[in-house]
Design a protein around this ligand. Structure first.
Ligand code: MG
Length: 190
């Protein structure tokens, strides 16, 4: 358990979120994502995506489409900065359609992060969770990670919701690259 990681939400954090993204040709990464990931990896962070994909249980997209989108993300990262996501985890379930046992994987529960940590030898205390919604920050905190709220230009209400719940991320970043810079400068007692 001696690796450190940056866990990333996918839609709205890495890529523009059109809602239930199933077409790899529609993948559009935010500016600075490829550069930021490359820098984090150079500094020893594993990069792991943690994503709710209830579009699968809703019948709107298939697992194959989710995987094709993930592959497309990695091919863009490869083209832009010769980098890649190390692993992708997603939860296909939703409480409207699935039983409690299945739904446990959904953020804000920490289950996917805990599984990823076990499977990849990651120390969660040295790790970060980046996301664009309240559920992401709650998930990161539930897993025992530092958390970074990433502004994407259209999620200000998510930050207001967090503050109203009296939940504060470790850092509120202006954009993805700003979040990466914070991680690389993070000192504290680690
Ligand atoms: Mg998101």
């Amino acid at each position: 358990m001696n690796h450190k990681a940056v866990f990333l939400d996918r839609d709205g954090t890495l890529n523009i979120d059109p809602g239930y993204l199933g077409d790899p040709d529609k993948v559009k990464l935010f500016p600075g994502v490829a550069k930021g990931i490359a820098e984090l990896k150079k500094n020893g962070y594993k990069i792991i995506v943690i994503s709710n994909q209830s579009g699968i249980t809703r019948g709107l997209i298939t697992e194959e489409q989710v995987k094709a989108v993930n592959e497309r993300i990695n091919s863009i990262l490869g083209e832009e900065n010769n980098t890649s996501i190390d692993a992708f985890y997603y939860c296909p379930y939703h409480p409207e359609f699935d039983d409690d046992e299945k739904v446990k994987c959904r953020k804000p529960n920490p289950d996917m992060v805990l599984r990823a940590a076990e499977e990849n030898g990651i120390n969660l205390k040295d790790s970060f969770f980046f996301g664009d919604t309240t559920g992401d920050i709650e998930c990161g905190k539930n897993a025992g990670c530092e958390t970074i709220f990433v502004s994407n230009g259209s999620n200000k209400n998510e930050l207001i919701k967090l503050h109203n719940k009296n939940i504060f991320p470790t850092f509120e970043a202006q954009n993805f690259l700003n979040a990466c810079e914070f991680v690389l400068n993070f000192s504290g007692d680690k």
